[in-house]
Write a protein that binds this ligand. Structure first.
Ligand code: SF4
Ligand code: SF4
Length: 258
């Protein structure tokens, strides 16, 4: 998205920001069509076009699928699996995620179903040789090899500083890496961890604010009670000893309730 905004509108999306921060909104064709159907024909989003492909599929094609249909039914519709089918991936070949069963439904984000004979990341991972190929192809101009080191070291600070949150998980770095390192998968996990930490921090911040508000309220109530007591004492002094005894009794009861 950020590259499209740069190319089409010549505006730079700030790091960690969204296209809307620079007045742009990027939609894919499917979303644009769904908006059209909704506004013009009053049709809700109940189906989407999905690409079913790979050497594990008998008749690869694009199909319009109702949301909620299982992947197994979609594959049956296109002729079933070939004998070579070994791995199932939902999403594109570069950013898709492996799944272990086809008894899962198509959802609005299921743009592609891939059945492959060889898993793309089946080759053995080798150590990074710092060739820099990953950095050369990164569309965001990140340094994937550095990010990989920091992700392995759980160094959240450096990951943030090096712009991990800007990674669009395109998978280009994986594709060119001669050491077959699963860089994108590592980045995905590290980003989830950073999000978790941010959520945790926000939760702690909310809990602290709640605690402070409660302490303030208790203190405010205590001061108000003391003021009220002083006022009553003043009144009792004028009224005599019997009224003072009554006030003291009332105070003991209040203290017990607290
Ligand atoms: S392409 Fe692979 S081996 Fe080369 S620097 Fe990047 S991570 Fe290291
Ligand atoms: S997946 Fe790799 S190439 Fe793509 S944006 Fe992230 S670091 Fe760059």
């Amino acid at each position: 998205e950020d590259q499209l905004v740069q190319l089409v509108a010549n505006r730079e999306v700030p790091s960690g920001g969204l296209p809307t921060d620079v007045g742009c909104l990027v939609q894919n064709v499917g979303t644009a069509a769904a908006i059209f159907d909704w506004i013009v024909s009053n049709e809700p989003l109940v189906s989407r076009v999905t690409t079913v492909t790979g050497d594990g599929i008998a008749r690869p094609m694009n199909v319009r699928v109702r949301l909620g249909t299982t992947i197994a039914d979609v594959v049956n519709f296109v002729g079933g699996y070939t004998e070579r089918a070994q791995h199932l991936i939902v999403g594109g070949p570069m950013t898709g995620k492996s799944i272990t069963t086809d008894r899962v439904p198509v959802v609005k984000a299921t743009n592609c179903i891939l059945a492959l004979s060889v898993h793309p990341s089946v080759a053995e991972e080798m150590p990074c040789i710092r060739c820099g190929d990953c950095a050369a192809v990164c569309p965001i101009q990140l340094l994937p090899q550095q990010l990989f080191w920091y992700a392995c070291a759980d160094d959240e600070d450096r990951l943030r500083k090096q712009g991990l949150t800007d990674c669009i998980e395109c998978g280009c770095c994986d594709l060119v890496c001669p050491s077959r390192i699963s860089l994108t998968a590592n980045f995905r996990i590290a980003k989830a961890r950073i999000r978790e930490m941010a959520d945790e921090k926000a939760r702690a911040e909310r809990a602290r604010a709640r605690f402070e508000a409660r302490t303030e309220r208790i203190e405010r109530d205590r001061l108000a009670r003391e003021e009220e007591l002083a006022r009553q004492k003043e009144q009792a002094k004028l009224a005599g000893p019997a009224a003072i005894a009554e006030i003291l009794k009332r105070r003991q009861r209040t203290d017990k309730d607290d």
